[in-house]
Design a protein around this ligand. Structure first.
Ligand SMILES: [Zn+2]
Length: 117
């Protein structure tokens, strides 16, 4: 069986089997990580997993666990951020709106904000 060498922050180098290592592969590359419970101190160790680490762990027989992430979480956003006042205005509008979905479909909230209705 393949031995995987990893480093515990407390104990230094430790040897693990593939079943002792979990690999989480995230759609956002920087969020991928691997984890293990140190066989010496029992601490849970989690570290970032770059492309090379992912490749080596897969070669060692570790089965990657994909992260299910909604597509919206990876969207790039442009323009100014929503301000606290805008959020409060929207919350106030929601409390008075009776047909939110219908209003959103026709852009009624813009007309309400402009005081046209
Ligand atoms: Zn340890």
């Amino acid at each position: 069986m393949t031995i995987i060498k990893a480093t515990c922050p407390c104990c230094g180098d430790v040897e693990l089997t593939r079943d002792q290592v979990s690999l989480t592969v995230h759609p956002v590359k920087e969020r991928s990580s691997y984890a293990f419970t140190c066989p010496q101190c029992g601490d849970e160790v989690r570290k970032p997993a770059g492309a090379e680490v992912i490749r080596l762990l897969k070669m060692g027989g570790v089965t990657p666990v994909p992260v299910d992430m909604p597509a919206e979480a990876a969207e790039q956003h442009h323009g100014p951020q929503l301000t606290e006042d805008e959020c409060l205005d929207f919350a106030n509008w929601l409390t008075s709106a009776t047909a939110v979905a219908a209003a959103a479909a026709v852009g009624l909230h813009h007309r309400l904000d402009a005081g046209l209705d």
